[in-house]
Ligand binder design. Structure first.
Ligand SMILES: Cc1ncc(COP(=O)(O)O)c(C=O)c1O
Length: 389
């Protein structure tokens, strides 16, 4: 393992991380839980404090006169968020949180009829998504509409109203063939939506070109926006300015006439039409600090592949580790531990390494392409070998 660490240090010198731009928890310098909660960018505090200061200095005038006027604060994030998911800026808006947004989008995109009302979702989807689709189906009077599929591509057919795909799956890390699923879904007349909680800032995505109908994601994992950070949505251009039903609020109203306070809703012609409320500036400030650090996603993924490939090689050399994540994956690896996984994770925790335990024997480990180094990975795997058993 000493050999490995030497190689890792040399590799880090050739290919430095953005570690210095992030705050690592002092007790856990080996942080591998960015798939759960990303680290705080150093500048997040500065950006949040800036808005607190503007609030103190200007109060209500900050909406128009702050250095970054709050009226338009969310607009600053549309372009960087769009770049991360392969969208046009007008197709993306930061708002609410993920589960809330899934419901709001299903108001528009789940339009069941007696002939076509099924919702197809991947088996083992994140519980909140399962609850969301089940409750939507019940709400519309189709309590048995949800089909949990272990092969989405196979199960897409003319009975399906909505396909909702978690990309990648939150537990196994499996990346699905999204372009094929979207194309097949559309051939059969289905709407295709994506939950990118684990995909945004992790995978290379081309939501616009692939033609996804909608997507939603949280920004506190690979996007480092902070706990409970504002989520974001994508709505394909072809749906903008159409007569799709949606729940409406004043922040979705045409900007030119919003403050005339008229009684009739006139939607903006962008994804902002789905915004209900004025944006949470303090949260967006923290997210802005992270988005500024992102290189193009092709570079992020290429580095992610190298780091995760290295982690995989070291883990596969450990006899008590079984790889769960398939070849098609992003940065997160899920492994099954032969032996006491819970105790191993606790021991790792006590020795400064943070990974993620799931009952009964699963560990998820995500080297962040932004802030993890090869040496971090080498040290983590040395600890794995030392502490297991
Ligand atoms: C795949 C997936 N979907 C939905 C959620 C729920 O997110 P939120 O609590 O922001 O609604 C999560 C949270 O981790 C998730 O991983």
């Amino acid at each position: 393992m000493i050999e490995d660490l030497r190689w890792a240090d040399a590799q880090d010198a050739r290919e430095p991380s953005l570690k210095a731009q992030f705050l690592f928890p002092p007790a856990h310098p080996l942080y591998f839980a960015g798939h759960s909660l990303g680290l705080q960018p150093r500048r997040a505090r500065e950006y949040v404090l800036e808005e607190l200061d503007e609030w103190a200095r200007l109060a209500v005038d900050g909406h128009f006169s702050a250095r970054n006027p709050w009226m338009h604060y969310h607009e600053m994030l549309a372009q960087p968020l769009a770049a991360l998911v392969g969208a046009q800026p007008r197709e993306v808006v930061a708002m609410n949180t993920l589960s809330v947004n899934l419901h709001l989008l299903m108001v528009s995109f789940y339009r069941p009829t007696a002939r076509r009302h099924r919702i197809l979702i991947e088996k083992g989807a994140f519980p909140s998504d399962q609850y969301a689709v089940a409750s939507q189906a019940r709400y519309h009077g189709y309590p048995d509409a949800v089909l949990h599929s272990d092969d989405l591509l196979r199960d897409i057919d003319d009975s399906v109203a909505l396909v909702l795909i978690g990309q990648p799956n939150y537990l196994t890390g499996q990346v699905f063939d999204l372009p094929a699923m979207i194309a097949k879904g559309h051939t059969h007349g289905c709407v295709v939506g994506i939950d990118l909680a684990h995909g945004a800032g992790n995978l290379v995505l081309q939501l616009h070109d692939w033609g996804a109908d909608f997507a939603a994601w949280c920004c506190y994992k690979y996007l480092n926006g902070g706990p409970g950070s504002t989520g974001a949505v994508f709505i394909h251009e072809r749906h903008l300015g159409t007569a799709l039903p949606r729940f409406e609020g004043w922040w979705g109203h045409d900007k030119a006439t919003r403050f005339e306070m008229g009684p009739v809703f006139k939607p903006t012609d962008s994804a902002e039409a789905w915004q209900l409320s004025n944006p949470p500036v303090l949260q967006l400030a923290a997210l802005r600090a992270s988005l500024e650090l992102f290189p193009p996603m092709a570079e992020v993924r290429a580095r992610g592949d190298r780091l995760t490939g290295y982690l995989e090689r070291l883990l596969r050399a450990l006899p008590f580790v079984e790889m769960v994540t398939p070849r098609s994956r992003g940065s997160m690896l899920t492994v099954r531990i032969r032996g006491d996984a819970r105790t191993l994770v606790r021991k790792l925790h006590d020795r400064g390494a943070l990974v993620d335990f799931r009952n009964p024997d699963i560990i998820r480990i995500a080297p962040s392409p932004l802030y993890n180094s090869y040496a971090d990975i080498s040290r983590l795997c040395t600890l794995f070998a030392e502490l297991a058993g």
